[in-house]
Design a protein around this ligand. Structure first.
Ligand SMILES: [Zn+2]
Length: 278
């Protein structure tokens, strides 16, 4: 599933082809995505002002309003020449005046296209989202203050999109490992210091994934442009029963909030109130 870094990489990949260009027409080949696709006529002829991202939504801001695109489970966007024939699962084309087209492919059709009036931040999909993990607003202090009456496991707390957006299962597990925090500890039992380490770990891991993604930007152009998921070195995610790369202890699997999580019982003992064991 595309996570925040993949969406940010997509944004960077498509932005140069859209900003400053005018949408000639949006061709919807299949309206049945996660929600039925219904876009207003007046998008046609509207210049694109910017391409931004909020959580895992891409916002193509035009003079008429914004196209709000979510890649769902299997969606991807690629830049194609106007005469390239659509392939299976190519559901939407954004035709630009005097330029290449942007083509949306989505085999599982969990993605979505919405139209948002100005200001797009008020759109119902966007207005209740939590803070962006790479913005200054996001910090250990913010996590600490927000978690004081939260009894859910800290892993579920940082995956709650009303708290902070874009921390999916992989990034939550890896950040907790880096910060040395046991994923199942109740959120309100984690100290300010531990949240400071955790916020820093989340930032670094997401930023690193975006940098790695930068090397795949060329995949957005050309006929075989299917951006793949980033190859990252993972310390715990998907490694249950394997040896911890730091201390060689066998990694354990735990189910939290119906999601499986893997952690190191030796490295991840820290809640910040007493010294870590190792
Ligand atoms: Zn370990």
């Amino acid at each position: 599933m595309p996570e925040l870094p993949e969406v940010e990489t997509t944004r960077r990949g498509i932005e140069p082809f859209l900003t400053g260009h005018t949408i000639q027409r949006v061709h919807v080949r299949n309206h049945r995505l996660r929600w039925p696709v219904s876009l207003p006529e007046h998008l046609s002829g509207s210049p694109v002002l910017s391409v931004s991202r909020r959580a895992k939504y891409l916002l193509i801001e035009t003079q008429a309003g914004a196209l709000v695109v979510h890649l769902g489970m299997s969606g991807s966007l690629r830049v194609v020449s106007p005469d390239e024939k659509p392939r299976p699962h190519d559901h939407v084309d954004i035709e630009l005046q005097n330029g290449p087209w942007l083509r949306y492919n989505d085999p599982r059709r969990f993605g979505s296209f919405h139209f948002a009036e100005h200001p797009s931040a008020e759109h119902w999909l966007l207005k209740n989202l939590g803070v962006e993990p790479l913005d200054n607003e996001f910090s250990g202090d913010y996590l600490f203050e927000t978690s004081r009456n939260r009894r859910v496991a800290v892993k579920n707390f940082i995956m709650d999109g009303k708290v902070v957006v874009g921390v999916g299962n992989i990034y939550a597990a890896e950040s907790l490992f880096r910060a040395g925090i046991r994923p199942g500890i109740a959120a309100h039992r984690v100290s300010r210091l531990a949240y400071q380490l955790l916020a820093e770990a989340i930032r670094q891991i997401l930023a690193n994934a975006i940098n790695v993604g930068g090397t795949t930007l060329r995949d957005f152009v050309g006929s075989d442009g299917q951006p793949g998921y980033f190859k990252q070195s993972l310390n715990v995610y998907g490694r249950q029963d394997e040896a911890c790369r730091v201390c060689n202890t066998t990694l354990k699997l735990q189910i939290l909030g119906q999601r499986s999580t893997v952690y190191c019982p030796s490295c991840q003992t820290f809640s910040g109130w007493k010294k870590p064991v190792c």
